[in-house]
Ligand binder design. Structure first.
Ligand code: FAD
Ligand code: EPU
Length: 342
């Protein structure tokens, strides 16, 4: 195990924001993680698990031990003719897992291709894209209690997954570190192609009965076209969640703004793309204080060199205020913000 003092976090967050941590621990095993937690208790430091930093806004230096798990790969827990259960280490890169499982004839994760980040972070916001969310594959989440070092196992039900939501954002926020995720994948070549942009991509390619690999390729193509690469334009993906509003309000807005895309939920409430709301007001391409709204996607805020988490939060607040004024809808920031005064 390595514990590095006063480490810069710029290489470890996709917005490329400069901030330092009191210390950074690089751990390879659960035993090393346990030792790192002992060390943090002895130093009186808070603990902050970080994956690839693709869903965080670090506003200021952190008086914390940042822990990065480096263990990768998976082992088979059980299999039948139809499915296979895997235990995947927290440090595993998500997209490489999608590629590897697809290559081995284990299906389901194709729609989630190219989502940045680690397997350990995936359950935190129940990653989702192109009509599929992680929770449908999760059997259990393995974790370590930060305070006691105790090993915990959470069933899928106990994870309380929702849209960009889980128990890890509520009761278990800052209390545990996920060490592995147990997933169940299909040996049958099942596909999910109801998401409009995915359907359109497959139609354009003339594919009527897509295989899982066709879906994977279509998702990769759409994402490469639509979303900026953080290595070139530092960003954290969607900066806001898509708001879910009451049917009555959605109908009123649809009457006023005919082209508003809507996604009716199981409970009949309606999810509205925040990107569309922000785009309507004309924010796309806007820049202020070295940060801005990506010209290609209104939900993506970019650090153009302003290098300030506070400037990003100010831009987000300005956008939210204008959306609230125009549509009477409140936007919620999606990435976790660190370094603000408590
Ligand atoms: P980090 O950013 O390092 O951490 C995020 C949060 O999880 C932090 O609060 C951190 O403390 C906590 N955390 C991390 N690891 C652990 C652990 N092992 N145990 C406990 N807590 C932990 N998300 C989607 O859902 N769908 C998308 O389509 C999507 N597209 C994106 C596109 C781009 C270009 C970018 C930059 C981001 C996108 N995201 C998307 C967001 C991001 O990829 C996911 O939230 C991802 O799961 C974050 O993984 P990470 O390892 O980078 O987590
Ligand atoms: N749109 C606009 N203007 C834009 C961009 C999009 O009007 O600038 C419209 C599109 O035309 C479309 C709708 O908004 O009708 C939705 O756009 P898109 O398909 O790009 O999806 P999104 O709602 O913006 C969500 C997720 C993404 C995920 C995609 C695909 C959230 C907060 N974001 O984005 O996740 O990849 O769907 O499923 O739910 C992330 O979380 O970081 C992320 C990128």
């Amino acid at each position: 195990m390595q514990i590095l003092p006063a480490e810069s976090l710029r290489p470890y967050n996709s917005l490329s924001l400069e901030a330092s941590a009191a210390a950074l621990a690089l751990v390879d095993t659960d035993q090393e993680l346990s030792k790192a937690l002992d060390w943090s208790r002895a130093q009186g430091l808070a603990v902050l698990p970080l994956g690839q930093g693709s869903n965080v806004v670090i506003v200021d230096d952190l008086e914390a031990l940042v822990v990065r798990q480096q263990g990768t790969g998976f082992k088979v827990l059980g299999e039948s003719d139809h499915e296979v259960s895997l235990r995947v280490s927290a440090g595993q890169d998500w997209h490489s897992l999608v590629e590897k499982t697809l290559g081995q004839g284990l299906y389901g994760l194709e729609n989630l291709a190219l989502i940045p980040g680690t397997v350990g972070a995936a359950p935190i916001q129940n990653i989702g894209a192109y009509g599929v969310e992680l929770d449908r594959f999760v059997r259990a989440v393995q974790a370590m209690d930060i305070e006691t070092g105790e090993h915990l196992v959470l069933t899928r039900q106990e994870c309380a997954f929702g849209y960009r939501d889980s128990v890890f954002k509520h009761e278990l926020r800052d209390k545990i570190i996920i060490t592995a995720v147990d997933l169940c994948l299909s040996r049958e070549p099942v596909t999910a192609v109801t998401y409009p942009a995915l359907q359109a991509e497959l139609d354009d390619s003339g594919i009527r009965e897509p295989t899982p690999r066709d879906v994977y390729c279509a998702v990769v193509n759409v994402r490469r076209r639509r979303l900026p690469d953080p290595a070139e334009e530092p960003n954290a993906g969607s900066f806001f969640k898509n708001p879910v509003i009451e049917q009555r309000q959605a109908e009123a807005l649809s009457r006023e703004f005919g082209s508003m895309p809507v996604f009716v939920q199981q409970d009949n409430r309606v999810k509205v793309p925040a990107a569309w709301l922000i785009d309507q007001i004309g924010w796309k391409g806007h820049r202020q204080n070295g940060v801005g709204v990506h010209p290609g996607h209104a939900l993506v805020l970019v650090n153009y060199g302003g290098d300030s988490g506070k400037a990003l939060l100010q831009l987000a607040a300005d956008i939210s205020a204008s959306v609230s004024e125009r549509f009477d809808i409140n936007l919620e920031i999606e990435p976790r913000v660190y370094g603000l005064p408590q």
